[in-house]
Design a protein. Structure first.
Length: 59
């Protein structure tokens, strides 16, 4: 990756190593969050505020 940069720019090794790692982590999280397998979880969580109001009304 260092050979893709202009030679007059000094980029620390840690930046070269961690940037692709965090980009992969970010894209992995985006794919995981928007996957269809998680749809049931989001539907269940979407109703939580209404469940709380029903419990308060019963008291």
């Amino acid at each position: 990756m260092r050979d893709l940069l202009p030679q007059n720019i000094d980029v620390p090794l840690m930046t070269v190593v961690t940037t692709p790692i965090f980009l992969l982590l970010f894209f992995g999280l985006v794919v995981w969050i928007y996957s269809k397998r998680r749809k049931s979880v989001y539907q269940r969580v979407a109703g939580l505020p209404f469940d709380d109001e029903q419990q308060e009304g019963e008291r």
